[in-house]
Design a protein around this ligand. Structure first.
Ligand code: PDD
Length: 280
């Protein structure tokens, strides 16, 4: 399908024709949730896990939508292109209310929007990125993939002004996750990532990496990572659906170990690429 076609509330249309009301609660309050789902050559990647996470987010904000995985797939399929690697953006808000009021309206018609964008080439990222540590200024429901992303936007912008591709967020002396990614470190040949909780988003890429590590005999621990451990890590990775596994080679202006992409990252990235079927 033409890249510029998007889905809005039951219809497909050119992006320029997709319009919502200024009274949409997504616009007024950021009262909505979203998913970003990779699709390689027209095949949605780990789709049922993304749907499960969407259902978790919807349930956490008390927004009921009785769509199953097949229904979501029917909505998204016309946006897919067999010749491209795409990131599908899917957003659900609590819809339009008669007036601005924090309290939910009695009758809710959710706004459902989806679009597809090409996944950008990852070569420069995979050569290694710079990251900066910043205080985690986000709210207490980070397991919800909420569109309310102002804290993440400000943190990412602060990283960007310091020529860094990502911010690693610090809370109570622990490294939590990136502003738009999950965190892994290698210490003594062991892979460590913070455990699932309301402090992090349960990333699908995180889950895939844990599966691949366990299947291939790499020792894994899901536990807190202190800032001190982050600073002496042999490797640091940040992961997301659109950027896959980003090796961090500079942290706060200092090289991470030798300041080069690590050997365990090379191995994990090979497992990850082989697990992506089909690939372009
Ligand atoms: N963000 N943590 C946060 C805060 C994120 O925003 C994301 C992804 C992740 C990684 O999740 P996954 O592996 O399922 O993509 C972790 C998406 C890509 C975004 O907001 O665009």
């Amino acid at each position: 399908m033409n890249q510029s076609l998007v889905y809005l509330n039951g219809e497909y249309m050119p992006l320029k024709d997709a319009k919502i009301s200024v009274l949409d609660r997504g616009f007024l309050f950021g009262d909505g949730v979203y998913e970003v789902i990779p699709a390689y050559k027209g095949e949605l990647f780990y789709f049922s896990d993304h749907v499960k996470r969407l259902q978790h987010s919807l349930q956490r904000i008390s927004l009921e939508i009785a769509y199953d995985s097949a229904k979501w797939q029917n909505i998204l399929t016309p946006l897919l292109d067999k010749n491209r690697n795409q990131a599908i953006y899917l957003q659900v808000t609590r819809g339009v209310a008669a007036k601005r009021d924090h309290v939910f309206p009695e009758i809710i018609t959710p706004t459902i929007f989806a679009m597809a964008n090409d996944i950008q080439p990852l070569d420069s990222i995979q050569a290694g990125i710079k990251a900066v540590t910043l205080d985690d200024s986000r709210w207490g429901l980070c397991d919800v993939k909420a569109t309310t992303l102002l804290a993440n936007v400000l943190l990412k912008q602060q990283a960007s002004t310091q020529q860094c591709a990502e911010a690693i967020l610090i809370k109570d002396g622990n490294a939590i996750e990136g502003a738009a990614s999950n965190l892994f470190v290698i210490l003594n040949n062991t892979l460590i990532t913070p455990p699932k909780s309301s402090k992090i988003l349960a990333g699908i890429t995180r889950q895939i990496i844990l599966e691949l590590a366990r299947a291939n005999g790499l020792e894994v621990h899901e536990r807190e990572i202190t800032l001190a451990e982050l600073q002496i890590a042999d490797e640091i990775w940040l992961t997301s659906s659109t950027r896959e596994i980003m090796p961090v080679i500079h942290l706060d202006g200092n090289p991470v170990a030798a300041g080069k992409v690590g050997s365990i990252w090379q191995q994990m990235n090979t497992w990850f690429q082989n697990n992506k079927t089909p690939t372009l």
